[in-house]
Design a protein around this ligand. Structure first.
Ligand code: 5GP
Ligand code: MN
Length: 322
């Protein structure tokens, strides 16, 4: 892995043009680490095009450079020296850009423990709180001082993937790197406002009705919300409900929370959250999903009510075993 890290550093130092991407339904860390990698590449004399399967969620559009994110795959791979995939634990989730595999080196930079090292070069650091933290380490090794937009992007990735420094991955290193970034003069209050306080009126109203439909198991250990297709359609974009699985987790008795999103008729996306040692990545893996111990996801086919029954029963058994 150290050898891969050195090769990645050499590749970035070499200039050239890169295609940068991340996982489907990009979140804060994926958007932020893509912005950061592009700034890093540019400061080393190279250039990068960023392409994702979905547009940037509106609460991350305050980050410099997000207006230049594309959603169309390149017509040709010829101009590029490599594809850099960030924060993506599974090649099938790489915004469709690895299927079929491009005729270029694939650089996989990620912090998901379940990442199967699908790249030609792999830098997978499960101890890192976020992909942004790994990119910060690369910047330091490359002699690039994070400041301005680069520091803002790195801080945003760390802030969002640690759930505002509340999750188990809020390690001393996460705080240390965040502190270094804030010391460069960026404004953490402005970033927090951009990320957490730029929700549309309609979305807050939908959140209200969704929370009114909150459900829990009789022992209160599993708590969940549901977003039927028709309701999801009322949001400015489905990405606005990105972190809603945290609401049922905030219930005092809950150790597992789920957000069921009917993203298309007969297709349900699950967002799991858990507290402490309860591993929801293992639970999500039952349906081909994955993620981290305390935050994971999967997609199931079936009607919302049927998926809800199946998943809650499996989550109850999962708790019974752990
Ligand atoms: P979220 O619930 O925020 O969409 O996802 C939580 C975590 O699980 C993120 O780290 C995300 O990358 C991962 N994740 C979500 N859905 C899937 C999936 O279908 N497969 C895999 N491998 N990881 C997922
Ligand atoms: Mn991440």
């Amino acid at each position: 892995m150290n050898r891969d890290r050195s090769r990645i550093l050499a590749l970035l130092r070499g200039g050239g043009r890169f295609l940068v991407t991340s996982h489907v339904n990009p979140d804060g860390d994926s958007v932020a680490s893509q912005c950061a990698v592009r700034l890093l590449i540019e400061s080393l004399g190279g250039s990068a095009d960023i392409v994702n399967s979905h547009p940037v969620p509106r609460n991350y559009r305050f980050l410099a450079g997000t207006s230049r994110f594309g959603v169309r795959p390149p017509r040709t791979w010829k101009p590029y020296s490599a594809v850099i995939v960030l924060d993506c634990g599974d090649a099938r989730r790489a915004s469709g850009l690895l299927d079929p595999r491009p005729p270029l080196p694939v650089v996989n930079i990620d912090h998901h423990a379940t990442n199967p090292r699908y790249g030609d070069l792999n830098l997978v650091v499960p101890d890192a709180c976020s992909t942004a933290e790994i990119v910060h380490g690369l910047a330091v090794s490359l002699g690039v001082r994070p400041e301005g937009p680069l520091a803002e992007a790195l801080y945003t990735g760390i802030l969002t993937d640690t759930g505002s420094f509340r999750h188990g991955n809020a390690t001393p290193r996460a705080f240390r790197v965040a502190s270094l970034l804030v010391a460069t003069g960026i404004d953490p209050a402005r970033i927090a406002q951009g990320v957490y306080e730029s929700v549309s009126f309609e979305t807050l109203q939908v959140l209200g009705t969704t929370l009114a439909g909150l459900r829990r198991t009789p022992d209160g250990r599993i708590c969940w919300i549901r977003l039927p297709y028709t309701v999801l359609g009322k949001l400015a974009s489905p990405a606005e409900s990105e972190e809603w699985a945290s609401y049922p987790r905030s219930l005092d008795t809950a150790v597992i929370s789920v957000c069921f999103k009917e993203t298309a008729p007969g297709q349900v996306r699950l967002s799991f959250r858990s507290k402490g040692a309860v591993d929801v990545a293992a639970l999500a893996a039952r349906w081909g999903g994955g993620g981290h111990r305390n935050a994971a996801g999967a997609t199931l086919q079936g009607a919302l009510a049927a998926v809800e029954r199946t998943v809650i029963a499996a989550a109850s058994r999962h708790l019974g075993r752990s």
